[in-house]
Design a binder for this molecule. Structure first.
Ligand SMILES: Nc1ncnc2c1ncn2[C@@H]1O[C@H](COP(=O)(O)OP(=O)(O)OP(=O)(O)O)[C@@H](O)[C@H]1O
Ligand SMILES: [Mg+2]
Length: 339
């Protein structure tokens, strides 16, 4: 990957909470999808940088105009800053992947299916000048491609902003084969925060703390242990039991997930429905909620039984799938992106 004539193929998973890149030279990087600009002159002097990205931005959020630019799978409408933030994230990932070398970059970018419907043009604009060739695909399709799960399978990608469902029928999925729900990690966090505030009005917490509690203790079904967390009450560290709230918040995903699976299955040719039911794959870090696969399998029992399995690497499944597409793409598949 040294000379200018060389082509580096990359797969990018643009996510609401994390964005990841996988490259043909074997590099893999992930960054939290946060971008922050110093709020004023003082903050700029403290930070000594024009812009912070990822965990660094989150840690210094009190000094920053902090943006998490993708909400519910969409680039927030009408916000120049959010468009700029998406550009920073993509630029950062491509920058670390090329490591300052002058190479031609061809990128396959996976985005939530909904982004493709609404923001595809905007995403193209953002990528202009950054890469030499571009293909934009839906996230669950990228996951399916990477797993070579292209025929009679269903992918359920549980992200932060959206959960994307896709049934693979051996060809490029159409709109009817895909569904996007805004019931995902963020909606669980919001409900959990609301339930905790109602039940324990004395404690102080932020949405970041709630997300951390969910990532550590999230579960559906019967609890195996109590979920005990610490938060300040009137300034004093206090232990609270949030087992019930955690269960209710995480289980809020089950009815919409079940209904969407049923809907998509009903649209599969009758002779293949059982094969699809036996090939449901969960992707996305949001699917790491304990017991989720089991409860979805139980829901498929109603239809005659099924099998739900989790991808091995939910952090990189999307980016790796995009890279597979990049490596297989024909010359004519690439959109030329010269600025
Ligand atoms: N161990 C865990 N248990 C439960 N949830 C988790 C765990 N780890 C991460 N999450 C949640 O997963 C979500 C992020 O998943 P992921 O990184 O796949 O999303 P994304 O790709 O950034 O979002 P999207 O696909 O919606 O754009 C967040 O809500 C996060 O809190
Ligand atoms: Mg994702």
């Amino acid at each position: 990957m040294s000379g200018k004539g060389q082509v580096l193929s990359v797969g990018v998973d643009l996510g609401t909470s994390q964005s990841a890149i996988a490259t043909s030279s074997g590099e893999r990087h992930v960054v939290d999808s946060f971008v922050g600009w110093p709020v004023d002159m003082v903050a700029k002097k403290v930070i000594k940088k024009q812009v912070l990205i990822g965990a660094e931005a989150l840690e210094n959020r009190s000094l920053l105009d902090l943006h998490r630019p993708l909400e519910q799978g969409l680039i927030k409408e009408g916000s120049e800053k959010d468009v700029a933030a998406v550009r920073e994230i993509l630029g950062h990932l491509i920058g670390v992947a090329t490591n300052g070398k002058e190479v031609k970059v061809r990128a396959v970018v996976g985005a939530p299916a909904e982004t493709l419907r609404v923001n595809k043009q905007q995403l193209r604009q953002v990528m202009r000048g950054m890469v030499d060739g571009l293909i934009i695909v839906s996230e669950p399709f990228a996951v399916a491609y990477g797993l070579e799960a292209l025929l009679h399978t269903m992918i359920v990608d549980v992200g932060a902003g959206t959960t994307d469902f896709c049934v693979m029928k051996g060809r490029y999925p159409t709109e009817e084969d895909q569904r996007t729900l805004t019931k995902a990690g963020d909606s669980v966090d919001e409900l959990l925060a609301k339930l905790i505030a109602e039940r324990h009005p004395e404690i102080q917490f932020t949405i970041h703390m709630v997300r951390g509690w969910k990532e550590q203790h999230g579960f559906v079904g019967e609890p195996t242990d109590k979920v005990l967390v610490h938060a300040p009450a009137h300034g004093k560290s206090t232990q609270v039991d949030i087992t019930d709230e955690m269960r209710i918040a995480c289980e809020s995903l089950l009815p919409p997930f079940t209904e969407t699976m049923y809907d998509l299955l009903a649209a599969v040719e009758p002779e293949y429905q059982e094969r699809v039911r036996r090939n449901v794959t969960l992707a996305g870090r949001g699917a790491k909620i304990r017991g989720l696969a089991g409860r979805l399998e139980a829901a498929l029992e109603e239809l005659g039984g099924g099998k739900v399995a989790m991808v091995e690497d939910p952090v990189f499944a999307g980016a790796a799938g995009c890279l597979s597409i990049a490596l297989d793409a024909d010359e004519t598949d690439w959109e030329k992106m010269s600025a």
